[in-house]
Design a binder for this molecule. Structure first.
Ligand code: PLP
Length: 385
């Protein structure tokens, strides 16, 4: 059997045609597709405003800047995430603090967030890990009480719901970021977006995306003529191209079907892992709708005669390209160098010892899932105590 990737983009003829049409049009960048994509994501999520950017990381960066985060401030995020969630705070000169995750969902624990809050804390970036929304209501309460902004990292959770509201609707946060990297639910190759319901934040984000430049006559200090623009902030070039946005629009139409397909595969995995105790999927709260970016299984060291590393290698040798999400961020050498200690968060540490991400993407066939389950059965039989 060929190698089965843990994630893969799903591009069809409609996607190719949509991109081709833009390549043959007058605009390659900053044409009509950008705003159309932003509008389509607003319509889907219920957000009022959207700012498309060239990556999820750029989205996190300008969201942190728009929140006012700066040198001397602190922010709180989860240790089990892609490094970008914490790096965005470092870009602003602020210091990320890591609040431990819940042992069942591996999402940031509001009780742990509370312990990390002090006078310097300005923002919280909850990460909807694997597509499971964090407990936003509790986080929102803490943020209001302590005058902090909430920026949801929804890179894994496009299409997920929390207590009946779509992630991105912003009922419990100030901003939400999405990623359109190739492994995510909807892809533009590279790409990202910031969603908000706050017009002031929206205007800041728009400026930060393009060098801090504005042409809006109402916002200019001077006006020398129709050519005139001003740079009033230190911004960036974080723009997303028109042909990428065309791909995004085309992909977004398929998001509900993509999520349905992911759920079908997850149901098969759950049926299997429901029968055994030495390998367990992550917990799911009753008040959420999962987007299932990742399917993580925890292999229990006390019930197996093999470490996670050995089990991981068994899968890879069988052509199943499993993965591990993630090394706790504070373990990375860069974080160690700037003063972070290992083992800050006990639940994150334990999780990291046990976790393996199985393949999950809409293109995964029934036969491939059969093969993954058969292989799992054989591995567990070999190593079960
Ligand atoms: C993918 C991802 C990002 C960053 O997205 P890019 O588009 O790759 O820059 C941020 N946070 C999390 C949790 C992610 O998985």
């Amino acid at each position: 059997m060929r190698h089965i990737p843990y994630a893969a983009q799903n591009i069809d003829r409609a996607d190719v045609k949509a991109v081709q049409a833009v390549l043959n049009s007058a605009y390659l960048t900053q044409g009509p597709q950008v705003e159309q994509f932003e509008k389509a994501v607003c319509a889907y999520t219920g957000a009022k405003f959207a700012v498309a950017v060239n990556s999820g990381t750029s989205a996190l960066h300008i969201a942190c800047l728009a929140s006012g985060l700066r040198k001397g401030d602190e922010g709180i995020t989860a240790p089990i995430t892609f490094a970008a969630s914490a790096n965005a705070m470092l870009y602003c000169g602020a210091r990320p603090k890591f609040a431990d995750v819940q042992s069942d969902t591996v999402c940031i624990d509001p009780l742990e967030v509370e312990k990390q809050i002090n006078k310097k804390t300005k923002i919280i970036i909850p990460v909807h890990f694997a597509g499971h929304p964090c407990d936003l209501e509790e986080i929102h309460k803490l943020a209001k009480k302590n005058k902090m902004m909430v920026i949801e990292d929804a890179a894994h959770a496009f299409g997920a719901e929390y207590k009946g509201s779509k992630i991105g609707a912003g009922k419990y946060s100030d901003m939400t970021i999405l990623s359109f990297h190739a492994v995510k639910h909807v892809t533009t190759g590279e790409g990202g977006m910031v969603l908000t319901n706050n017009k002031e934040l929206f205007q800041k984000l728009i400026k930060l995306r393009t060098h801090g430049i504005t042409r809006d006559p109402k916002m200019l200090n001077n006006n020398h003529g129709a050519w005139y623009y001003e740079m009033s902030e230190l911004g960036y070039n974080y723009r997303l191209t028109d042909f990428q946005c065309a791909l995004g629009i085309s992909q977004l139409k398929k998001l509900p079907a993509f999520i349905e397909k992911r759920h079908e595969i997850v149901n098969r995995y759950n049926d299997f892992f429901g029968q055994i105790s030495c390998a367990q999927p992550l917990g799911v709260k009753s008040y959420i709708e999962h987007a299932y970016h990742l399917y993580v299984v925890r292999f229990k060291a006390d019930q197996l005669r093999a470490s996670r590393r050995i089990i991981f290698d068994e899968y890879r040798q069988a052509g199943i390209m499993v993965n591990v999400h993630y090394l706790p961020v504070y373990h990375h050498p860069y974080y160690r160098r700037i003063g972070y200690k290992k083992c800050i968060c006990a639940n994150a540490e334990k999780y990291y010892e046990e976790a393996i991400t199985l393949p999950l993407h809409p293109g995964l066939s029934k036969k491939e899932v059969d093969y993954i389950l058969l292989t799992t059965k054989a591995i567990l039989k070999k190593y079960k105590k």
